[in-house]
Design a binder for this molecule. Structure first.
Ligand SMILES: NC(=O)c1ccc[n+]([C@@H]2O[C@H](COP(=O)([O-])OP(=O)(O)OC[C@H]3O[C@@H](n4cnc5c(N)ncnc54)[C@H](OP(=O)(O)O)[C@@H]3O)[C@@H](O)[C@H]2O)c1
Length: 301
């Protein structure tokens, strides 16, 4: 147990920035690891963070970022380097730091996987393996397993485009049900764990929105939030991959991951609910309707 309250947020992605907001609101000292010292880094400094430049796949920069740190939040973006970064972080944290907690960003699909299952994406497999590495490290680990983010382009930019064009959400999910969780809720959970680690060590938290629904029901929530009719159109997966996904210009690893998410939605693998957001933070997870209402400008332009 260290007496050091300094928190390292690594990395400064969507969740990490939300965690920073939560911790700075409570005057917690925070260091943020960024890859590039740019305008985004200046924004983090303005929020009161100490900013260090580094790369989570490079042991020497992780070691420098961990100096004097007592608590760490670790996430990689969707990347073929996920397992490398996880292994670097675990190895360096064991060697050079004395952490009270290491909060790792994983994925809820891991809850449905085995050591040898094959239906998942490469990214989901890397998350499964990464959790093993962190468990074997003996560090005081907490795994955060969110389902798909509500802020994911599937439910934001893509949905916004088709809603503006023709009042539809066009996805290849069939009648599959889903319960996306807002990034802000994921960040609130991570912050709650960082603020009081002992009761959480060794736990896995599965984060979803408040209810699971099919896409027709989700479109109804969009309609209520936007005050205009929105309907769901089911699109064949192959056509969606060719017409939408392939044109997004994503790296192959990311494209395979999103195509797999779509297929698993169709197979109803995202039909899941958990009350962990409310249990850990005392506030229920945001509904689709509340999220969309709060982001009307994004959907209506
Ligand atoms: N999106 C979803 O629906 C969803 C759902 C469940 C779980 N997750 C998991 O959440 C994680 C992503 O979290 P997030 O959305 O908060 O992150 P994110 O926004 O995707 O992270 C992007 C940030 O990571 C930085 N970065 C990239 N490579 C780096 C490296 N090697 N070292 C240090 N920083 C690096 C980028 O810096 P630069 O821009 O400067 O390069 C950027 O600031 C993924 O593991 C994903 O699987 C996502």
């Amino acid at each position: 147990m260290t007496a050091n309250d300094l928190v390292l947020i690594a990395n400064a992605g969507d969740v990490g920035r939300g965690v920073l907001d939560q911790l700075r609101a409570q005057d917690v000292p925070v260091r943020v690891l960024v890859r590039h010292d740019d305008d985004r880094a200046a924004g983090l400094r303005a929020l009161g963070a100490e900013v260090v430049v580094g790369d989570l796949t490079r042991p020497e920069s992780v070691a420098a970022a961990l100096r004097g740190v007592g608590k760490m939040y670790f996430a990689m973006p969707v990347s073929p380097d996920h397992l490398l970064a996880t292994t670097v972080v675990a190895t360096v944290a064991r060697d050079c730091a004395e952490l009270d907690v290491l909060v790792g960003m994983s994925q809820m699909t891991v809850s449905q996987m085995t050591a040898t299952s094959t239906a998942e994406s490469d990214q989901q497999r890397l998350h499964w393996l990464g959790e093993q590495v962190l468990n074997w490290s003996g560090l005081p680990v907490v795994h955060i397993r969110p389902t798909s983010f509500l802020d994911n382009p599937l439910f934001t930019t893509l949905a916004a485009r088709s809603i503006r064009e023709n009042g539809t959400i066009a996805l290849p999910f069939g009648t599959g049900r889903t319960s996306p969780v807002a990034v802000v809720d994921v960040a609130r959970v991570v912050a709650a764990v960082l603020l009081d680690p002992p009761p959480h060590i060794g736990h896995v938290y599965e984060l979803t929105g408040p209810r699971s629904m099919d896409m027709t029901e989700m479109a109804e929530e969009f309609s209520r939030a936007l005050g205009r009719p929105v309907s769901y159109v089911d699109v064949p997966l192959d056509r969606w991959r060719a017409d939408v996904l392939a044109r997004a210009g994503l790296p192959p690893h990311t494209e395979q991951h999103i195509a797999t998410m779509a297929r698993l939605h169709h197979e109803n693998r995202y039909d899941r609910t958990s009350d962990d957001v409310e249990r850990l933070t005392g506030v229920p997870a945001q509904s689709v309707e509340a999220f969309v209402a709060a982001h009307k400008d994004l959907y209506l332009g």
